[in-house]
Design a binder for this molecule. Structure first.
Ligand SMILES: Nc1ncnc2c1ncn2[C@@H]1O[C@H](COP(=O)(O)OP(=O)(O)OP(=O)(O)O)[C@@H](O)[C@H]1O
Length: 725
């Protein structure tokens, strides 16, 4: 074999084994792989084909360890396992490898591990069949082999699956089988029908082209074969400096990342399904196609400031400084304010937050003795309709669609609101202040003007040198559900419509800023380019089910005038049931909280958080914990002020974060949803419903931040969103 042309990739299952080895052993694997790439035939490596098998080879890693390799082509190997030498040779039949006929991905199964996992209850396929009686009692007896195979179950496991008779058997089995087999079996066990499993679990990972089960060279390149792709990834694995998401994408994730889209594309999906991960990989994928340069032709944006900082860190981890230098990473409001200051608009105006803006509305109405409208209504109307949709004139305001805004307004009412907003903006101007919404609106207008100039110039056939370019070649948006129409107008005008122009990820079930949009009407046509992720990588099945029950009976949109649900949303992780407990008073609940945190042990690594509904409660909990000797850190607009200690914040602050353990406290009637919204029940039922939905989404976001443990408490009556258990 010629030197230097050998490829060695690591199959995801081997990586899991390698992670468990000691540092010395990992070091030995590092040495091994670099020698192997140089010359696999070097005598020290003792590369040999395993007896009776054409594709499996073994090679020496160290005195005690052997690598098990699958040859997928000339000079192309997959590392499928690293084993103690005695385990490699004692029973060659223990390894079954195959190209999955549905996904076209390579699967390697250690049948002995499958047997061991069930403490002798399961036996490898090679051993004699047990009596048909036992089989008939199996959890999956009602499905034929063919049905299971059509769902993508690995053929080598059929005999073992037939013997699974209890849930414990199943849970042990799924630990050591290929991911798709685990996913299918768990879904069937949960009671999904064959059709549902086919649609929700199998179809998204099925190969788009016919699968040749003998063609390993083609199989290794399919998304369903989860492997490291390059040396850097391999090196990172061995140095333990990587996170799994950087290397192994789920086949559905990878398809979405690498697809060529003819226009804007959107990826939805429940919490923790890897939407952010997909957005990051998409940025990397797009960057690889860029012509060399020092500019930043890709925009990566999101709603919150702290999440933009987080995206930067993760993109750095994924692609290093070379990647980050080609990408403009900025939260949407900052981006807008940058455009506005570029042209000196706004002068020295200070930015005020929504609370202060509301106070100003109260002040204005008081001064004018105006009672027809309440301040909250006007604040929202101005922010969402007038600024949100970039309404420039009274005439336009008469015409504008007020989608999702509650009761209809007459022409006369609109006239009066328009006049009030004019006075209001004057009031802010006199004080030298403005809001983020105003900045977004101004930025959208500036950017639309600029895009208009490009079109005009092109029509006049001016030389390309004088035509201002679009700012970006690609725009990637995370947390898309929270952007306002003005934001979308700005973004649309920043990138030329065309292939791969915009890639949006978000989940409308997590919308917490009351911005409703129909992307199609904003020039962002995602029809036919919308997909959904459904497998959660974050939460356990138990937490996921509890969180889903919070959404019972509600309907959500798909950002484009249609509806979206979370069907098929699931997890392969398992843990304890979340706990729900009502206490008599807030004092009792506080005591309970301290006890719970003590029981969880010292949280010096920022893995524990407390989430409460109001800012006042945040301050109280921080004091409470300090008094109890538990270090506590508040989560501010830029994220937790320090890493150590228990993080404490309102539900809004938890967007995009995740913790190992979370206590949701104060989830009482009157607090979640806030009592204040009750006044709209009769006066403006649509508004009431929208506010309720937003509060429900907040609770949903908070509950889905927990990876392993979730504790929910309240005092008095529980929140009506908590289905009584
Ligand atoms: N392919 C993967 N391999 C390993 N871990 C993954 C993978 N994809 C996602 N994860 C992990 O799952 C968790 C959730 O991912 P991510 O934050 O991208 O989800 P999300 O859909 O954006 O969630 P949310 O909507 O709740 O913000 C993260 O810890 C991430 O590292």
């Amino acid at each position: 074999m010629s030197q230097g042309v050998v490829t060695l990739r690591i199959l995801e299952r081997a990586d899991k084994e390698i992670l468990k080895l000691s540092r010395t052993e990992k070091g030995a694997i590092w040495e091994f792989q670099s020698k192997f790439r140089q010359n696999p035939d070097s005598p020290g490596l003792r590369l040999k084909q395993l007896k009776g098998d054409s594709r499996l080879w073994s090679a020496r890693v160290s005195a005690d360890y052997r690598a098990l390799l699958l040859s997928v082509g000339d000079g192309d190997y997959l590392l499928v396992s690293v084993k103690h030498r005695k385990d490699v040779y004692d029973n060659l039949d223990r390894y079954a490898y195959q190209i999955n006929r549905v996904t076209g991905g390579i699967e390697v199964i250690d049948l002995a591990a499958v047997g061991d996992s069930l403490v002798g209850r399961l036996i490898p396929a090679t051993e004699p069949e047990e009596s048909p009686e036992i089989e008939a009692r199996g959890l999956f007896a009602r499905f034929s082999d063919q049905e299971l195979l059509d769902l993508g179950v690995a053929e080598a496991l059929l005999a073992s699956i037939a013997r699974v008779s209890t849930e414990d058997d199943l849970l042990a089995l799924v630990e050591c089988v290929p991911q798709l087999t685990a996913d299918v079996l768990l879904a069937l066990h949960e009671g999904k029908t064959l059709e549902e499993v086919l649609e929700q679990v199998t179809a998204p990972v099925a190969s788009e082209e016919p699968v040749d089960q003998e063609d390993y060279a083609a199989a290794v390149l399919r998304p369903a074969t989860q492997v490291t792709t390059d040396d850097a990834a391999l090196q990172a694995i061995l140095a333990e400096s990587f996170a799994r998401w950087q290397v192994f994408l789920h086949p559905t994730q990878r398809k979405l990342v690498e697809r060529d889209y003819t226009g804007p594309a959107r990826v939805g999906g429940g919490p923790g399904t890897g939407k952010t991960i997909v957005a990051l990989h998409r940025v990397k994928h797009l960057a690889l196609e860029l012509a060399p340069g020092n500019d930043r032709p890709i925009l990566l944006t999101t709603f919150n400031r702290n999440l933009a900082a987080d995206l930067r860190e993760r993109l750095l981890a994924l692609g290093g400084p070379e990647l980050v230098t080609r990408v403009d990473i900025v939260n949407i409001d900052k981006l807008a304010s940058r455009l506005v200051s570029e042209v000196g608009a706004g002068g020295q105006r200070r930015i005020i937050d929504d609370n202060r803006a509301l106070e100003e509305w109260h002040g204005l109405l008081l001064e004018l003795g105006e009672h027809r409208w309440d301040a909250e209504f006007l604040a929202a109307e101005w922010a969402q309709v007038i600024l949100g949709q970039v309404v420039n004139s009274r005439t336009d305001y008469f015409k504008v669609r007020r989608a999702g805004r509650g009761r209809a307004l007459t022409r006369e009412e609109r006239d009066s609101i328009w006049q009030l907003t004019e006075r209001y903006t004057k009031r802010l101007e006199d004080q030298g202040v403005w809001t983020w919404r105003q900045i977004a609106e101004r930025a959208a207008r500036l950017e639309l003007d600029r895009a208009g100039r490009i079109v005009d110039a092109a029509n006049a056939e001016e030389s390309s040198g004088s035509i201002p370019r679009y700012r970006y070649q690609h725009v990637v948006v995370d947390e898309a559900q929270d952007l306002s129409p003005a934001h979308w107008k700005m973004l649309r005008a920043m990138v030329a419509p065309g292939p791969n122009d915009m890639f949006l990820v978000g989940d409308t079930h997590q919308r917490i800023y009351d911005n409703y949009v129909t992307l199609g009407s904003l020039g962002i046509n995602i029809r036919g380019r919308s997909a959904r992720l459904t497998l959660s990588y974050r939460t356990t099945r138990q937490i996921l089910h509890a969180a889903l029950s919070l959404l019972t009976g509600t309907v959500y949109d798909d950002l484009d005038g249609g509806e979206e649900d979370l069907s098929g949303y699931r997890s392969l992780l398992r843990g304890g049931e979340p706990s729900f407990q009502g206490l008599g008073t807030w004092a009792d609940e506080r005591k309970h909280l301290v006890e719970q945190l003590r029981a969880w042990g010292p949280a010096t690594d920022g893995s524990v958080a407390v989430c409460v509904p109001t800012r006042e409660l945040v301050a109280e909990v921080v004091d409470l914990l300090a008094g109890a000797g538990i270090p506590a850190v508040e989560i501010g607009p830029d994220g937790p002020k320090s890493h150590d200690g228990v993080h404490v914040g309102t539900m809004h602050r938890f967007k995009g974060l995740e913790y190992q353990r979370i206590a949701l406290a104060g989830i009482s009637d009157g607090l979640v949803p806030r009592r204040g919204i009750e006044s709209y029940r009769d006066s403006d039922p649509k508004r009431h419903q929208r506010e309720r939905q937003r509060e429900r989404s907040l609770l949903f976001v908070a509950a889905t931040r927990a990876r392993d443990e979730l504790v929910v408490t309240w005092h008095g009556n529980p929140s009506p969103f908590l289905v009584v258990r």
